[in-house]
Design a protein around this ligand. Sequence first.
Ligand SMILES: [Zn+2]
Length: 536
Amino acid sequence: MLNKIEIYDTTLRDGTQGAGISFSLEEKIFLTHLLNELGIPYIEGGWPGSNPKDEMYFKKIREKKKKGELKGSQVFAFSSTRRKGVKTSEDFFLSKMVESKADGFCLFGKTWDRQATDALGVTLGENLNIIKESILFLKEKTKKPVFFDCEHFFDGYKSNKEYAIDVLKTALKAGADRVILCDTNGGTFSHECQDIIKELKTLSFPLHNFGFHGHNDCGMALSNSITTVREGFGHIQGTINGIGERCGNTDLVSVISNLQLKMKIQCIPSKKIKGLFSTSKKVWELTHGEGPPNQPFVGVNSFAHKGGIHVSALQKAPEFYEHINPNSIGNRRHILISELSGQSNIINTFGDRYPELKDKRKVKSILHAIQDKEKEGLSYEGADASLELFMRRVLGHNDSIMEKNYLKINDLDFGKKKMSEASLSLNFRGDKTMTVSLGVGPVDALSKALRKALTPFYPEIKNLKLTDYHVKIIDGHCGTMAKVRVSIKHQFLKNKAFTTIGMSENIIEASWQAFESAFTYFAFLKKDQSKKVSQI
Ligand SMILES: [Zn+2]
């Protein structure tokens, strides 16, 4: 096993094969910078000639490299081997590879005998020639590194072992700097990977120049990657967050975290590893908006603790319920408070700011009040600001700043354009105030009316940005009479965010409650200047 592994990222190429995933040219450039900043040594940028965007991408990368940017990463171009019956010098994609002037090249070719004969329609001998000539051509024309992806290697090995080995030998003899064994269908188990590699070892292959490219159809991509590293491979391919076709590729976030933090095998510079969390988040933002909360290492729930016994034990020794320190990859611990919580969750979250929580009876009364609310369907989990306001109320604090007299929403039809108008009357700190605002919909109109009413008293409210609005049906069996839980996330200045909730059978009323709590919480923070939003 090596103590350093090459990471080859194909988020920009194989990652975009995933359903619903497409990056604009600007996004591809942005992600290239992001991966470079993370210290990824190889970035597969695209397939020159397959579309105008990828050609433009390599042009932009050349310009950036000339200016001295993107120094850390080598940006590779990807393509197939030459087409059958065409000379390498006349092959369209190979010529586009040369023209791309990328830092290196990754070619893929057929390794499964049936893929060569039935899919490509060539003899097994012709397929070997195609591989050999394509690698030789690129090596000779560019004098740069050429990697070879053995497509369907594991299925090929099971179908015709001798032929798959011939492909490996051909690629290495032609000068491939790395050969990458691909589990293209993602159907290989880790023990199969191990058995096959053990057989390859008997043939004296240079395994340190071997890589693995896995797909996750059996959920085995990460395990297979780790297995190949344990058997001596020096190169792992994958994508950030495992995005890719069908069930996705190997998730490089997990590969890097596991290898570097747990197995002490270097993948990226140590000081960069904290950037994994933010890199993952930014890639999700450009794909589906939000990643799965239980994504290993970087999920919002990866270090979230709910069970009272667990939280109590964590205080004694974090390693009882955390396999690594969440800060090491830029994530953080979350203590969830719900009907399942113990008193330790409340003390752990608020104890340092509320000395009255030293009184166990008060903690118990808060827990009981939360449980009563949850019986009604209102969950405070993930709603940090609403939870704190609720807890303060139970403790006898009064943070209320406003009282609603009435709220009326009208739909306005301006022909092609439809708008909503919110008329809001409030008692604000004893004074009656009334505002009317237009919005693109009822929630927008409501938010604007409330902001208008409060801005004279809290001009800083302009820095409070709504970043998420989420509606969940509580009792779906009631159909359109069901209660809904509205959850609203606000961001204050750069990275300070808090969430409030509201619940009602009426979505406008639920939204009102969530907005009222958000602005009340904001006022509470402003009132108590010594409290920093970052503490929340
Ligand atoms: Zn792939």
